[in-house]
Design a binder for this molecule. Structure first.
Ligand SMILES: NC(=O)c1ccc[n+]([C@@H]2O[C@H](COP(=O)([O-])OP(=O)(O)OC[C@H]3O[C@@H](n4cnc5c(N)ncnc54)[C@H](OP(=O)(O)O)[C@@H]3O)[C@@H](O)[C@H]2O)c1
Length: 260
């Protein structure tokens, strides 16, 4: 079925909540077979039931994955590739999405929190990129999508410092691959989300969301549009984040400190 033009089997990590779960919903609505992973497999089961209630028989494969278990990353990616192929759906895309937002100002005794963020968001993403590229190089094609962050645009202060550094790091991994493999049949997309409602930035049921926060549905629609178009990179949603990215990058330091 996925040999049908325009239908691309897509592996999404961190699919148990937030942006990953919503990407799965929206990609399924576009007809793409799915391979979804995360640690909370009960959430993945619920998501599969929801997707298949809306799209009966839609292929949704599930596996447990902790991206900090690097051997497991390679096993899960290869297993998904094989299981999708057995169903007639060659693996076409991998979305490196799993991540967390813990952090504390550097030098304040919270190396544990910053290390956990660095391991999950950078080393875990490196393992996912290695595993995806091994499969893509074997098959001679593939689309790698990296979920970075608007915070990658410039070094961020305080509790954002390590998180922003990991997100700049993962964007550079993909930029490096694009430079290396330019002109070959691979596609590389880096997404730079602004504030999009998810568990990571949940404000609680009674709190007013921050003014610039997009709904999960709207934010992810912008992410999926950029993925579908095979864009090199995209600030998502484009408004207000494409112009704001320029402001963040170019603002003089006194102004920048007031903004973040
Ligand atoms: N929401 C935003 O405003 C925003 C902005 C910029 C970038 N991002 C990025 O978007 C991505 C998704 O975040 P989100 O906002 O959707 O947050 P979320 O709702 O907290 O989702 C995070 C996802 O990552 C998974 N995850 C975390 N640690 C993992 C691990 N060790 N192994 C496997 N999976 C792990 C979680 O699954 P389990 O806990 O079930 O394993 C969950 O599915 C992250 O990379 C984040 O940095 C988000």
């Amino acid at each position: 079925m996925s040999r049908t033009p325009g239908v691309r089997a897509t592996l999404v990590t961190g699919a148990s909540s937030g942006l990953g779960a919503e990407m799965a919903r929206q990609l399924a609505a576009l007809g793409h077979p799915l391979a979804l992973c995360a640690r909370r497999t009960d959430r993945l089961e619920e998501l599969r039931a929801e997707i298949q209630a809306r799209h009966p028989g839609h292929p949704v494969l599930l596996r447990a994955l902790d991206v900090n278990d690097h051997d497991q990353v390679f096993e899960v990616f290869r297993g998904f590739r094989d299981d999708l192929a057995a169903q007639g759906h060659p693996l076409a895309r991998v979305v490196v999405n799993a991540g967390l937002g813990k952090g504390a100002p550097l030098g304040t005794g919270r190396f544990d929190a910053n290390r956990e963020t660095a391991m999950t968001n950078f080393v875990g993403a490196l393992a996912q990129t290695e595993a995806a590229m091994e499969l893509f190089r074997e098959q001679g094609s593939g689309h790698l999508v990296m979920v970075s962050s608007i915070s990658a645009v410039r070094g961020m202060p305080k509790s954002m410092a390590t998180y922003a550094a990991t997100k700049a790091g993962v964007a550079h991994l993909v930029e490096g691959l694009r430079a290396e493999l330019h002109g070959s049949p691979y596609t590389f997309t880096v997404l730079y989300p602004g504030y999009i409602a998810s568990e990571m930035n949940a404000t609680g049921p009674s709190a007013t969301p921050p003014p610039l926060m997009a709904s999960t549905e709207r934010g992810v629609r912008s992410m999926v549009a950029a993925i579908e178009a095979g864009r090199d990179s995209a600030y998502v949603p484009g408004l207000p984040w494409a112009p704001l990215a320029r402001v963040i990058r170019l603002a003089p330091l006194p102004l920048f400190r007031r903004l973040v």
